[in-house]
Design a protein around this ligand. Structure first.
Ligand code: GCW
Length: 676
């Protein structure tokens, strides 16, 4: 349960002696709560790496680790490190081996205390990865400002789309009882630079804004503060009414505006560094400004106004699609938000899911990215695997996150990637953010599947730097979590990187989407057609019939393609030039449509399902070969879960193929077993 902060004993004599020789003591120039945490972490690590404490000295000794902010450094050193400091931002750090007054020093420095903590975690990571440190010189800073987990945790401790037990927030025993898990949670987040947490579900309960709960939230905020983590809450739009205070929640009503102002003031009294609100409005039955004939701008700006004096922000979600709107669901958010570009207050971030439908195994990027140059846009990824086999399937998500981030939107010419929209560099945004819907619960290993931890870890790394390669992240995680053995790291990282494509193959190949079973979204359900809202039915998305399969989103269909820039629009208009992984996302094609390999669509669809199953079989074999590198408990757990994954990959293949076969009326390729 130590996640990636295992600090496994360093056994090789050489390495151990070198490290212990290089670092013989530590000196802190600043004494703050945050540097106190750095000190604690160093001791946890030292005990675990070397079975001993690290000596703390008030005066700087030879071969010392030295933690000091820029201001605390003597002038000549400040001068010497000028260019390094010019390279880092307020949360960044530098780690440098240098000579100072005849002493060999390992310096960790930063503009602010939090940078010292980040630098400490980074330094400890170097040791976890068994890197040489005698010439270390690292400067690093986050490229995104708000790096936030979204917990869909309810006050009764159930977690919407949570598959790792109940909520870690034990509201009943707060504020008095501070569980050690809260501290470990903060350490894990700080170690990857996550600096915010939204404690509550976006399907929000206004009770959390009551004085009784604010006291509980304050207790958590106090625990997280030294780790640089701000707390945020979800704000239910109708709260002024639900609390019994007012008769309306109309955002243009002065009484309502005053209500939110007072509420914000009240929260900041207890939590001076409160982050702000996350809001799901007018979506899936949640109340919002539309209920009063007002717009998203009216709603978001009202809350922004209440938070602004305290430097709080509003994260306003663009995940909207309406019951009465006949328009293709994939188009609605864009239609509703893009016209408001430039009208949101400065402290509003529009939080957009990575794709236009809903956290599918594969989606094209959301067309809002790049289409609102005058509005700060925040990425929302889902770490919990709602549509990807919950916490029973091994799916390494950073590979998928990377795919979205590096996609070119072409909205400001070539190389206008989603990452550049999110880090603000494409259109000079001051406020930037990335959110991840957490997969954390009270299971002893935090995430249910041991490999789910990699998705939490990887989200944090990409929020810090959206240009990172998911392979590097997987390798780092494996070394810190399991073993630094080369064979192990190479083999298992290959398996992780492949795992995302495998889930696409056995669930939704070739651009199919949203064909999961109703409600819980676990397992296949392409046949479902009787739900009250048309866009909740899988048949709405695959549109299979005797003529073919797929959703026509070209000009002859819903024209969702028109929301993308060129050349995407032009290329995807034609099935021949549409990337095959998005074929059925954008086109309705005959079953015998000829694909690039000369075979029919039906042949390709069926063999891809089969490949997905075979790839899970291969994962099982690969994992079996890793027994000697992994402790018994984790080894067995992953083995058993992979068996579930295999059973369910076959379930997906058989269910989908036997369903679609009624329409295609074509034979399955020879290597694909007949569904029973
Ligand atoms: O993914 C869907 C989920 C809902 C969720 C919603 C949202 C919190 O099925 O459970 O509600 O999206 O993101 O708001």
């Amino acid at each position: 349960h130590d996640l990636w902060l295992q600090y496994a004993e360093i056994t090789g004599d050489n390495l151990k002696n070198t490290y212990l020789d290089e670092i013989q003591s530590v000196t802190f120039s600043s004494q703050s709560e945050t540097t106190g945490k750095a000190q604690e972490e160093l001791q946890i690590a030292w005990r675990s790496f070397f079975g001993q404490e690290l000596a703390v000295n008030t005066t700087l000794q030879n071969k010392a680790l030295w933690l000091a902010t820029e201001k605390e450094l003597p002038k000549p050193l400040q001068q010497q490190l000028k260019t390094d400091f010019a390279h880092i931002n307020e949360e960044g750090f530098l780690i440098k081996k240098l000579q100072f007054k005849g002493k060999a020093i390992m310096l960790i420095s930063a503009k602010k205390e939090i940078g010292l903590l980040y630098g400490t975690f980074r330094f400890l990571k170097e040791l976890q990865l068994h890197q040489p440190i005698e010439k270390i010189a690292i400067t690093d800073s986050p490229k995104i400002q708000k790096r936030v987990l979204n917990h869909w945790d309810n006050l009764d401790r159930t977690v919407e789309r949570g598959y790792a037990g109940f909520s870690i927030w034990d509201w009943h025993l707060l504020p008095e009882l501070i569980k050690p898990e809260y501290i470990d949670y903060a350490r894990a987040n700080a170690s990857v630079g996550i600096n915010g947490t939204v404690l509550t579900n976006v399907n929000a309960n206004s009770l959390v804004l009551s004085p009784q709960y604010i006291e509980k939230v304050q207790a958590l905020a106090d625990v997280f503060r030294p780790y640089g983590i701000q707390v945020y809450l979800t704000a239910r739009f109708s709260s002024p009414v639900e609390t019994g205070d007012l008769e309306t929640a109309d955002p243009l009503d002065p009484e309502v505006r005053k209500w939110w102002k007072n509420k914000a003031d009240e929260i900041y009294q207890s939590i001076p560094d409160f982050g702000g609100f996350l809001v799901k409005a007018n979506s899936e039955g949640q109340p919002g400004p539309n209920n009063y004939g007002r717009t998203h701008v009216d709603g978001a700006n009202m809350m922004a106004e209440a938070l602004a004096p305290h430097n709080g922000i509003v994260m306003w979600r663009a995940f909207v699609y309406s019951e009465d709107d006949p328009e293709d669901r994939a188009k609605q958010a864009y239609s509703e938000f893009v016209p408001f570009d430039g009208q949101f207050a400065e402290n509003v971030l529009i939080q957009v899911k990575n794709g236009p439908i809903d956290f599918q195994p594969r989606e094209p990027f959301h067309p809002i990215f790049g289409a609102m140059p005058d509005t700060p846009l925040m990425m929302e990824f889902q770490i919990t695997q709602e549509y990807l086999g919950f916490s029973s399937h091994l799916v390494y998500l950073p590979k998928m996150f990377q795919e979205t981030l590096e996609t070119d939107t072409y909205t400001a010419g070539k190389n206008s990637t989603v990452a550049k929209v999110i880090d603000g560099s494409l259109s000079h945004k001051k406020l930037t953010g990335m959110a991840g819907v957490a997969n954390i619960g009270n299971e002893s290993n935090w995430t249910g599947h041991p490999f789910g931890q990699a998705n939490w870890y990887g989200f944090g790394r990409l929020a810090w730097n959206p240009y990172l390669d998911s392979r590097t992240i997987a390798e780092d995680w494996l070394k810190m979590t399991f073993s630094t053995d080369e064979e192990f790291v190479r083999t298992v990282s290959d398996m992780m990187l492949q795992s995302r494509e495998s889930v696409v193959k056995y669930m939704t190949p070739l651009g199919l989407h949203h064909i999961m079973a109703t409600g819980h979204h676990y397992g296949p359900g392409p046949w479902v057609s009787n739900l009250s809202r048309p866009e909740w039915n899988p048949v709405y998305y695959h549109k299979a019939d005797s003529l073919g399969v797929g959703f026509d989103r070209t000009t002859s269909g819903s024209d969702a393609l028109s929301q993308y820039a060129n050349p995407i629009q032009q290329e995807y208009e034609n099935p021949e030039t549409t990337p095959e992984e998005f074929l059925l996302w954008f086109h309705h094609l005959p079953w015998d449509y000829q694909m690039k390999n000369g075979k029919t669509l039906w042949f390709n669809m069926s063999s891809t399902y089969q490949e997905g199953v075979e790839e899970v079989q291969k994962m099982i074999q690969t994992w079996q070969g890793m027994k000697k590198f992994v402790d018994e408990q984790r080894f067995q757990k992953v083995s058993m879960l992979l068996q579930i994954q295999l059973k369910e990959a076959r379930w997906w293949r058989d269910a989908c193929l036997s369903y679609f076969k009624q329409f295609s009326k074509m034979e399955l390729p020879e290597n694909v077993p007949q569904p029973e």
